[in-house]
Write a protein that binds this ligand. Sequence first.
Ligand code: PHE
Ligand code: NA
Length: 453
Amino acid sequence: MAAREQWGTRAGFIMAAVGSAIGLGNIWRFPATAFENGGGAFFIPYLFALLTAGIPLLIMEFTMGHKYRSAAPRTYSKLNKNVEWIGWWAVAVAFVISTYYPVIIAWALSYTVFSFNLSWGADTEAFLFNDYLQLAAPGQFGGMTIGVLIPLIIVWAVALGILFKGVQRGIELANRIFIPTLVVIFLIICIRAVTLPGAAQGLQAFFEPDFGALTQGGVWVAAYGQIFFSLSIAFAIMITYSSYLPKKSDITNNAFITGFSNSSFELLAGIGVFSALGFMAQQLNVGVEEVVAGGVGLAFVVFPQIISEFPALSGLFGVLFFLSLALAGLSSLISIAETYIKGLQEKFGWTRGKAVGIGGGAAALCSLIFATRGGLNFLDAADYFINQFGVALLGLVEVVLIAWVLRKLPEFQQHANAISDIRLGGWWKVCLGVITPIVLGYMMIDLFLQNIL
Ligand code: PHE
Ligand code: NA
């Protein structure tokens, strides 16, 4: 059997892990989530969630990948023969994400091109739904527009091409180029945004703390939900990526670097987005809260509008913004697809090429559904379902299994401490064994009450 593929450098691994973490969640999910959940006060539950759940879980997943040197299904089966299915469940969630995530990246590519002459015109909403996606009526289901199909094929060709090249010459190399480029582009956008007229009001709206929000359970749930999705934990991804670490790797330190890099980018995105929203509010002569949006609406309706209003170089900033969205998305997509590609390889003994062809090919075909007219409806539903049930439930099962059923935390702690500078103490076990299960359990009950009853 060939030796396991490995990262070439420590920086390469960190770039890849950060590349997975930084994605649409940072750019379009975090700013609106923070705003709706206490503004500046949201940073308290957010930091609490990062330190009690995000980074501890990241350390745990890095340890699992490093120790068992396998993708999620085989890692779980090495833990205990009866729990291999948990790994496949995580892989299945990743597969579903990889059927709609690339569609958004494809839109971002189209909009990069549209930026050149601001094709979206004055009514950006009508442009998105009528001209670009060609939805005659909300909920209508129909064929596919070439405008979405072509960029979607490009996204898959690039992603699968990189994955086909393998860990070092594909994933690592791509992230070493993508991530620094993304950070530079995003910094340029943010510097421009904070110097726009009205930016100060936007930032004030964003940072103004509503401490009363902290008494609401929902705000804490939102913070944990954001951290889980944003750090790509409980999705089998970080286990897979850390399975390519060399024997001597400072796992704990890598987890802190990954966690803080992702949050820094999130904060940067919040500053950039709200500066731009403040500018927009001033142009329209309305309050900032009236223009706040997240998700598809923020990226493809509000941002094109803002970009058109730029005092100069609108087209250029449009290109930079949508390119950064595409780069952030692409590096996450690669990590998502790698989980099932490696899972299939290990299960069936396939070559990388075969796993990329079959696994990636199947995901690419499924993603065509979301690219059809009306697919947008599925996209929203899939995203909601995955975020709420997929992540919270998987995370809960993962920590309860490892902390309480298999009682593996002391062994993992030893494993990580033997190779890391930062020593994991009792706090780490308390976070994973007590705090995280309580919060996720509460989250599940809350979701159940909201959705089922
Ligand atoms: N962490 C990514 C983001 O913030 C999203 C993601 C989720 C990527 C799950 C991979 C897996 O957008
Ligand atoms: Na993220």
